[in-house]
Design a protein around this ligand. Structure first.
Ligand code: NAD
Length: 434
């Protein structure tokens, strides 16, 4: 089988590469010529553990190809995945302009029956919209099916998530399309991965409902953390006690600066919008969004408790990505909070193991020092803030850190350290929910 994946970003590149690894002949298409040129040389434009080796291996195996030529990509393929970005618009709804562009181009270049699959996260009803766009651009009436196949991978563990998903969701209205999708996913099917076969609208909804639920868990434990701080409870013990209940499950019960990244903030806002368009107010998800937004101010307030006036003072930041093991800084709490500190006159010294290049256009260079490691960032700082729990920040040499900081003050937004140990080591130390 030959497939094409249009959009070679975090999702498209992993999808295309993993299908190639399953033995499928894959063409990854992107309209960013620089990206495609790098990929053809086996260089990946993002940080994703294990992906570069997999890309190289499948290029060498002749199963993975890259092109900017969407026409060529579409013509060869039986299945065409749409995996372009769906960024948020000002009002929180998803911007479907890239999806529309690709659907139009697919319509113009249909040269035989194809299954057009939406991998991008798209509002409910987009499958129908894509069908309409392709039909209008397909004067010869070539037959095609539209399928929804949302992606649940997490950046940082994307390959493992793709290869061993909890489930594969397929939304389709045609038996032929379902059979082709099952065939494509056969290696997972044989591993007994559960498949949810449903209609297109339900499949599109599953993605938003899942992400909004996970975001709800995060905002929920963050609110519990607020109460824990006020009543002398330890949110980690509370989360453990809750999570051992199988109905609750321990995942996504980690307090912190709130969720960020390219999915949860966008998908929760979009779901509120979608509900509104259909005359329903989604009060729970609205509250989740509001709580999440307040987390950033709550972290800044903690920083102010240790350093009341930021003006002219130096803040060291460990971690810029919205979570470890990625260079993705889209809607990262760290960058938002640091931009606020810079506006208040602070100087910042920053270090992230993977996200320096992606953060630079956001923070700029004025009063920002781009450091080579955690100790370099801490050099002469009046306050150190741990924003992202990269493993390399978990076992810092505390004596060395204390000796390079101008004052031993730490705000640990991810609860990486033990408060008692930190206080015993002579730090003024604040963390979350304990
Ligand atoms: P991304 O920005 O990393 O990648 C999108 C790619 O599409 C870019 O390389 C861009 O150049 C390309 N593109 C845009 N218009 C194009 C066009 N007309 N023709 C060809 N290529 C085009 O985005 P992403 O993070 O991979 O997300 C893609 C979709 O998957 C989004 O809808 C997102 O919500 C969803 N999603 C993302 C994740 C994640 O963890 N990043 C997880 C699940 C779902």
């Amino acid at each position: 089988m030959h497939i094409s994946v249009v959009g070679s970003g975090y999702v498209g590149l992993v999808t295309g590469t993993c299908f190639a690894e399953f033995g499928v002949d894959v063409t990854c298409v992107d309209n960013d010529a620089r990206k495609i040129e790098a990929l053809e040389r086996g260089k990946i434009p993002i940080y994703e553990p294990g992906l570069e080796e997999l890309v190289e291996r499948n290029i060498r195996g002749g199963r993975l190809h890259f092109t900017t030529d969407l026409k060529a990509g579409v013509e060869k393929a039986l299945v065409v995945f749409i995996a372009v970005g769906t960024p948020p618009r000002e009002d929180g709804s998803d911007d479907l302009r890239y999806v529309d562009e690709v659907a139009e181009a697919i319509g113009r270049n249909l040269n035989g029956y194809k299954v057009v699959v939406t991998k991008s996260t798209v509002p409910i009803g987009t499958g129908e919209r894509i069908r309409g766009i392709i039909q209008r651009n397909n004067p010869n009436g070539v037959r095609f099916d539209v399928v929804s196949n949302p992606e649940f991978l997490r950046e940082g563990s994307a390959i493992e998530d793709f290869m061993h998903p909890d489930r594969v969701v397929i939304g389709a209205d045609s038996d032929q399309a379902v059979a082709i999708m099952r065939d494509l996913y056969a290696p997972l099917y044989l591993l007994e991965t559960p498949f949810v076969i449903t209609n297109v609208a339900s499949s599109e909804m599953i993605k938003y409902a899942s992400n909004a639920f996970l975001a709800t868990k995060i905002s929920y434990i963050n609110e519990m953390a607020e109460i824990c701080e006020r009543v002398g409870a330890d949110v980690h013990h509370v989360a453990k006690g809750m999570g051992l209940d199988k109905r609750i499950n321990p995942k996504f019960l980690h307090p912190g600066p709130g969720y960020g990244g390219s999915c949860f903030p966008k998908d929760t806002s979009a779901l509120v919008q979608i509900a509104g368009e259909h005359g329903y107010r989604l009060r729970i998800v609205e509250a989740v969004l509001a709580v999440n937004q307040e987390r950033r101010a709550a972290m800044t307030a903690k920083m102010h408790r240790l350093l009341p006036d930021f003006s002219g003072r130096t803040i060291a930041a460990l971690g810029l990505a919205f979570k470890p093991n990625t260079d993705d800084v889209r809607d990262s709490p760290a960058l938002d909070i640091l931009k606020g500190a810079l506006r208040d006159g602070a100087r910042v010294r920053v270090f992230d193991p993977a996200a320096m290049e992606t953060s630079r256009p956001v923070l700029g260079d004025e009063r920002v020092a781009w450091c080579k490691d955690a100790y370099d960032a801490a050099q002469g700082a009046d306050l150190l803030v741990i924003f992202t729990e990269w493993n390399e920040f978990r076992k810092l040499d505390l004596d060395r850190l204390k000796s390079v900081l101008a004052a031993p003050r730490i705000v640990d937004c991810r609860n990486v350290y033990d408060p008692e140990q930190m206080r015993a080591a002579g730090f003024e130390y604040l963390c979350v929910g304990r």
